[in-house]
Design a protein around this ligand. Structure first.
Ligand code: NCD
Length: 350
């Protein structure tokens, strides 16, 4: 399917991004010189007088085919802070014509005809946003497409990292959890390839390791990476520990197998050992993908512990009692989602 991705975006160029579909679109120059400063400016404007540059009469259509809290609320609130109207369908899978079999392309064509100025779409289908974009005159923003990507999350993650460290170059980033299915970790991996000297520590149970498409990308872009299943070992070297939850909804395992696996994980946790059973239920493999006291003891004071949220108790990757540790900056990420989404709208629609 031919969707033109704007060559996004060399710094200083007048070319505006059109659709925002995948993290590979973003160049380090554009992020550092245009997008991050613009996001910072949005925060300053909100601090000063409560809203950003106004876009009256512009309107945004939010189409969410999958559950969302932060992404939907922040895209909604960001539009309103810019004086724009928002029309939103949550649970579009059931409450839109999708339930009658309408294709995402037709829905996109319809939204275009109603003279919205942009579509924000969360699809349960990998490639869903790209399909919508293939027939859209107005910008389509991918707010998560199945097990694919989540580029606007990467913008807020990248901004949060850059605000804390001053740069993304040269950082050691531990991506932790369900790297196979987690679209936020996948998109952040793509972003790493845009910066110099980033090392990725890929911390996952073997059956949830990063998929070959990303590993090939790392090799092509000279991103150094190392696979492990033990966060305790990776923690001491990490500048960023980026946790993710088990993406149960993407699991292809038979429901019974999945249930069995989770029961064993819970028992293992109760027994204070981090063990799980293999997919066939016979072979045992150990893993450690959660924050524990031992992990935090090894983690430097300057390290950022991040999570796109929601956290869940399948991996129990970030237990509640660590929430107020100063290294845990998950709610800074949440807040930055507002500024970065304002900046994104403003840059797309000005
Ligand atoms: C993520 C998502 O939807 O991919 N959530 C989010 O947008 N902040 C992460 C997740 O659901 O695990």
């Amino acid at each position: 399917m031919a969707v033109e991705l704007a060559p996004l975006i060399q710094a200083g160029s007048q070319i505006r991004p059109h659709h925002i579909l995948e993290a590979q679109q973003f160049s380090a120059e554009w992020l550092n010189e245009e997008f991050f400063p613009e996001s910072r400016r949005m925060k300053e404007l909100l601090d000063a007088d409560g809203h950003g540059p106004l876009h009256p009469w512009k309107s945004i259509c939010l189409l969410f085919y999958e559950p969302s809290t932060r992404t939907r609320l922040s895209f909604d609130q960001a539009a309103k802070k810019l004086g724009m109207e928002v029309v939103s369908t949550e649970n579009a899978k059931e409450f839109s014509s999708a339930i009658k079999g309408e294709s995402i392309k037709d829905t996109s064509r319809v939204v275009n005809r109603y003279r919205f100025d942009a579509i924000v779409i969360r699809s349960h289908i990998t490639g869903g946003a790209t399909e919508a974009a293939s027939v859209s005159r107005i910008p389509v923003i991918n707010a998560g497409d199945g097990g694919g990507q989540h580029p606007s999350q990467t913008l807020l993650d990248g901004f949060t990292i850059a605000e804390k460290f001053g740069t993304i170059n040269g950082l050691n980033i531990a991506l932790v959890g369900d790297l196979k299915n987690g679209r936020t970790a996948r998109s952040l991996g793509y972003l790493a390839g845009k910066y110099k000297g980033v090392h990725l520590e890929l911390v996952a149970p073997p059956e949830y390791q990063m998929s070959p498409d990303l590993l090939e990308y790392f090799e092509r872009h000279n991103v150094s990476y190392h696979k492990t299943d033990n966060l305790t070992e990776a923690a001491a070297q990490a500048d960023v520990i980026y946790l993710t939850r088990l993406q149960k909804e993407r699991e292809k395992l038979a429901p019974l197998g999945m249930a069995k696996r989770l029961i064993f994980q819970k028992l293992a946790r109760l027994a204070k050992i981090n063990k799980t059973i293999g997919t066939n239920g016979l072979s045992a493999s150990e893993y450690q993908v959660q924050i524990t006291d031992e992990v935090m003891d090894r983690t430097r004071n300057s390290t950022a512990v991040m999570h796109p949220l929601p956290r869940s108790d399948d991996f129990d990757e970030l237990p509640e009692r660590f929430t107020d540790d100063p290294r845990v900056i998950i709610f800074d990420q949440v807040e930055n989602g507002l500024y970065t989404r304002m900046a994104l709208y403003h840059m797309l629609l000005s």
